[in-house]
Every structure is written in structure tokens, then in C-alpha cells.
Design a protein around this ligand. Structure first.
Ligand code: ZN
Length: 577
């Protein structure tokens, strides 16, 4: 948090309404004074995910996930606080450029941008003619090569020399993933004699590269390692270009390789992203779903590609999307397919993509073949396992219907079988956390009153009156101290990303469940009286213990204090804090 000006954070939070931001990813319906939907962070059948517009917070009473609009973006899309802030700021037209202080990743980004322009220049030199010939052989035009920013990594340590000449330290080149250090201590280029594809972050800035060897050197594809600015499982290759295109056409195509992407991009399909050698992750799936409602998986037409496509479907279903999936001829990838049959044939494959159930059946040679071979029961179980992971009742029912159509089993039989299997596998982490202990209930109602101030802030009267000792449980006490430290000067609550992670869930549950009406004077008075009574009785208990081991003057003083406490406690408000 220290890298951000809190007023900038508050301005973005004011502008970006949490209900509309979350509503893009989760179907929300009105419920009381707030909104409710199926939790995107755990698997559930009845909605326990609440969003409060008046408090600009969300909380899931099933799994405890909670926070504000930034926490949601960070956890749902798997991005950093900075990225969430900058993305929302850009979208809602809030200028935060002067308030965001220096980014520790900024110097790495500058270095990588410098490397990228060096690699691009190298591709235009005579020595790169084999690379150009290779790209030409793969059917890519100079305009595509340029448009995608492809480059060439020469041999002989050219990048390290170039960057060192511009004042970059060798260790920072290593940190960026562009060089390696040998045991001898010598630093050498990671990418040598490879065609490079720049991998960009969600804002279009190069953060790493993928390199294709053209000399037969292994591995065929070499990807840069994770670094401070690049996390493999969180980025989709081609995301920025696809984002612009996918809004218009509502469908995004997921492919495996750089050349698949390049070929489709060249043919005018920009709504394409690639996983580039990694299995689709939850975080990538969420980003895909955020691009467009329709996702079509189009992987290589070999056994490995088909298996990866099934896995991708499963992850997309769990993410709340009903994916389409195309099956290409054995041994063909989208690049080969378009080269041979043309882009129109490819588009029609995408438009007639199978659903995940038919795809799974077609991989096994069709349902009849499965049934005839006696593998029907296992096949149904596998399909049901996939259905049970789908997010939300609508998707699960869609899956079941497809399975029923395919296999002839009734919906009823299938859903009973699925229930039974999911009961057998139900894991303890899905259980609702016990929050009903008496001490925590008292603490929670006190905290709810505390955070019911004007404009969603602290009740200043209570904030001044309460003391850490008024809370009976450690978490509540920590949260109280955090809120009082951070927010008592004004009344506004602190932005959630500044809060210790252990407290966020408790805080969001109270915010979402709490009332959005400020306390009346009479409420505040009742709370004060209750707390005063409790302070008195705990002080009396303490004095009684000390009395047992005291005599003489000390005993007299203790008895006097006890009698004063007893007489004060019958007059409400008689002993103020
Ligand atoms: Zn949840």
C-alpha cells in the first residue's frame, strides 16, 4: 500500500461501483438491501455471495472470501493491487498518474521494453535472413511480423552487451529473465538464435518472450521464466489485441501456440489468445471469460491436444462459462488447418464447435462405440464428474441435459448419481466456518455498530468510547485497533488492500451483513451502557481475585473500590471512559 496515495485509491473506489464491476463476472440478483449470487471463489448451489452497494464490499458466507472492489479484481483475475487500481482508474476515467508512486517493477519493464526494441531491430539485419526466411515459410507477412512485434535473438551475447552499454546492470538483466549466470560468474543471453514473440501484460507492455528455435536446437520453444513482472499462469498471449476485438464479436478463441495465434491474427481474427505451452489456469480462464461470454477452445488435433482441450473445458465450466470446442484433424493445429483449408473453413469450424459433452464422446469414437465396449458406466461417471465441477445450477443442468441426450439416461438418474458422487467427495474445506461462538457474536455485533457511521465510515462516538479490552476475541480486537488507528481521524474506512489479510474476511462479513443506517443516539447509549456494565463486572472479578491474597490497607482500598463500582453501576453512564 505504501506505494499508493490513499486519496487516489479512494477516488477510484468511489468511481468504480462494486455491483457493476462484480456483475460483469457473476450473475447478481437483488436481495434485501444488497445483491446476491453464486460465489465465484468456491463451488456452491445456493447463493451465499453477497455484494453491498451501500458499503462497496462483498462477502461470501460460504467460504469467507471478501473485500472491496480491488480485492475482488485481485482475487478473481489473479492480478496485483497496482494492476487492479490502474485498470479501474483507466476504465472509469480517474487520473491516478501523479498519485501512484514509483513502481518496483517499472525499471524491469523499461529494461524489457529496451530488449524488445533491440530484438526487433535485429530481425531487420542481414544476419537475420534465415529467421526471415523461416517466417516467410510459415506464411507470415512482414506486416504481421511487425504488427505482432516479433524479434530475433542473435547469438554471441548481443543482448547483454547492448543492455550493459545502455547502463543496465547484469543482475537486472538476469532478474528480467533475459540472461543467465554461469557457474564461472559470466552472464550470457537466455535467448540465442531464436525468433521471439513478445509476451505482454494486460496493459500491452512486454514482460517476457517466447522463443522458437529455427536451427533444430532443443527445446523447440523456450519461454522466459517467471519474474517480478511476469507470472506465467496469469497471462494470456494476445490478451490486449483480443480485448479490443472480443467486445464486438462476443467470442474469443483459445489456441495453444504462438504460430496459431499469428496465423489467425493475420487472417483478421484478433479475438484469439494462446496459452503458449502451459495448461489453462483458473486465473487465465477468468480472464478469458472477462473478454467475452463465448469461449471456443481450439487446440491441436492430437492426443495431447485433445486431452488439454478437455481439461481446459473443465476449468472454463468451473469458471462459469459454457465453452465450445473444435476438433481438428489428427496431427493438425489451427495454423496448419488455415494454411491448408483457408480462414473461412476455420471460422465455420469455430461456429459449429461442439459442446464439451459431445466432444468428450467423439474422442472415444462416439457413444455407441463406448456403450458397445462396456465402458459406458465409467464414461458417464467421468462426464458427471465434469458436470459437478461446473459453476452454478444452470451450467450443471445444461451439462446434465447434454449427457442425458447423449446416453439416454434420465435427468433424474443422472442428477441423483451426481449428488451421490459429490457427497462422497465433499471436502472439509467447503464447510461453512463456525462463526457462532457466543464471544465472537457479541464482538461482531459491536464491530457492526462501530462501522455503521455516516458515508460508510466509523461511528465516531463509539470509536472514541471503545477500548481494545472491550473485545473478547483476538481477531475482533485486532480489527478494532486497525480501524481505530487508520480511520478515527476522519470517518472513512481504510481501503481494504491496506488491511492485514487475516482481518479482511471478518471485516467484509461485518460490512456486508451490517446495517447501512447510521446509529441512533439511543442505540449508541444502549451499547455504551452494556459495555460499561461489562467493564465494571470484569474489574470486580479482578478485584475479587486480588482481595483473596491481600490484607491491611490494601484490602481496605480494594473493598472501597468494589463498593464504589457497585454503586456506580446502578446509575447508567455514571462512570465514563
Ligand atoms: Zn465463496
Amino acid at each position: 500500500m505504501s506505494a499508493f496515495d490513499e486519496t487516489a485509491v479512494a477516488r477510484v473506489k468511489d468511481a468504480a461501483d462494486i455491483v457493476s464491476v462484480i456483475g460483469r463476472y457473476v450473475t447478481l440478483s437483488r436481495s434485501g438491501s444488497g445483491h446476491r449470487g453464486l460465489c465465484p471463489f468456491h463451488h456452491e448451489k445456493t447463493p451465499s455471495f453477497h455484494v453491498s452497494a451501500s458499503r462497496q464490499a462483498f462477502h461470501c458466507f460460504g467460504c469467507g472470501a471478501g473485500g472491496d472492489v480491488f480485492t475482488f479484481m485481485m482475487n478473481f483475475l489473479g492480478i496485483s493491487f497496482r494492476d487492479a487500481l490502474e485498470e479501474l482508474a483507466a476504465e472509469y476515467g480517474v487520473d491516478v498518474s501523479t498519485s501512484v508512486r514509483s513502481d518496483p517493477g517499472a525499471s524491469l519493464l523499461t529494461l524489457i521494453a529496451e530488449a524488445h526494441s533491440f530484438y526487433r531491430q535485429c530481425l531487420n539485419q542481414d544476419s537475420a535472413s534465415p529467421a526471415k526466411a523461416y517466417l516467410d515459410g510459415r506464411g507470415l507477412t512482414p506486416a504481421t511480423v511487425d504488427g505482432l512485434g516479433l524479434g530475433w535473438a542473435p547469438s554471441g551475447g548481443a543482448l547483454v552487451r547492448h543492455l550493459a552499454g545502455r547502463g543496465y546492470s547484469r543482475s537486472s538483466i538476469v532478474d528480467a529473465g533475459l540472461a543467465l549466470t554461469a557457474e564461472s560468474g559470466q552472464t550470457y543471453d537466455r535467448f540465442r538464435e531464436r525468433i521471439l514473440f513478445p509476451i505482454r501484460d494486460r496493459r500491452g507492455r512486454p514482460v517476457s518472450f517466447g522463443g522458437r528455435s529455427i536451427s533444430g536446437a532443443e527445446p523447440k520453444y523456450l519461454n522466459g521464466p517467471d519474474s517480478a513482472v511476469y507470472h506465467k499462469g496469469e497471462l494470456l498471449y494476445g490478451f490486449t489485441e483480443a480485448r479490443a476485438a472480443a467486445r464486438d464479436i462476443e467470442t474469443v478463441i483459445l489456441v495453444e501456440g504462438y504460430f496459431d495465434h499469428a496465423r489467425l491474427f493475420q487472417a483478421g481474427l484478433q479475438c484469439v489468445v494462446a496459452t503458449c505451452g502451459t495448461a489453462l489456469t483458473q486465473s487465465q480462464a477468468r480472464q478469458l471469460i472477462s473478454l467475452a461470454q463465448g469461449v471456443v477452445v481450439c487446440y491441436d488435433g492430437d492426443a495431447a491436444g485433445n486431452k488439454a482441450a478437455m481439461k481446459a473445458c473443465e476449468i472454463l465450466l468451473a469458471g462459469g462459462c459454457w465453452p465450445g470446442v473444435t476438433r481438428l484433424e489428427q496431427g493438425m493445429d489451427p495454423d496448419d488447418f488455415v494454411a491448408r483449408y483457408g480462414i473461412d473453413a476455420f471460422i465455420s469450424r469455430v461456429e459449429t464447435a461442439s459442446d464439451p459433452v459431445s466432444f468428450a464422446a467423439s474422442l472415444a469414437g462416439g457413444w455407441e462405440k463406448l456403450a458397445a465396449s462396456g465402458r459406458a458406466v465409467q464414461a458417464v461417471e467421468r462426464l458427471l464428474a465434469m458436470a459437478s465441477k461446473a459453476s452454478g445450477p444452470v451450467l450443471r443442468e445444461t451439462m446434465l441435459r447434454k449427457i442425458s441426450d447423449l446416453t439416454g439416461y434420465s435427468m433424474d438418474t443422472l442428477s441423483r448419481q451426481m449428488e451421490q458422487e459429490s457427497m462422497e467427495q465433499s471436502s472439509p474445506r467447503r464447510q461453512v466456518r463456525a462463526v457462532g461462538a457466543p464471544n465472537s457474536t457479541a464482538d461482531h455485533s459491536l464491530l457492526k455498530a462501530l462501522i455503521s457511521g455516516e458515508a460508510g465510515g466509523l461511528d465516531t462516538g463509539l470509536a472514541r468510547f471503545l477500548e481494545p479490552g472491550d473485545f473478547l476475541t483476538g481477531d475482533a480486537r485486532d480489527l478494532f485497533m486497525f480501524l481505530k488507528d487508520r480511520a478515527v481521524s476522519g470517518s472513512a474506512l481504510p481501503p481494504l488492500p491496506g488491511m492485514p489479510p487475516a482481518l479482511v474476511s471478518l471485516f467484509s462479513s461485518l460490512v456486508v451483513a451490517g446495517s447501512s443506517h447510521p446509529l441512533e443516539d439511543s442505540d449508541r447509549e444502549r451499547i455504551r451502557e452494556r459495555i460499561l456494565r461489562r467493564r465494571t463486572s470484569s474489574r470486580l472479578a479482578e478485584l475479587r481475585v486480588r482481595l483473596k491474597s491481600s490484607d491491611g490497607d490494601e484490602r481496605k482500598a480494594l473493598l472501597k473500590e468494589m463498593s464504589e463500582l457497585r454503586s456506580d453501576s446502578v446509575q447508567p453512564g455514571g462512570r465514563d471512559a
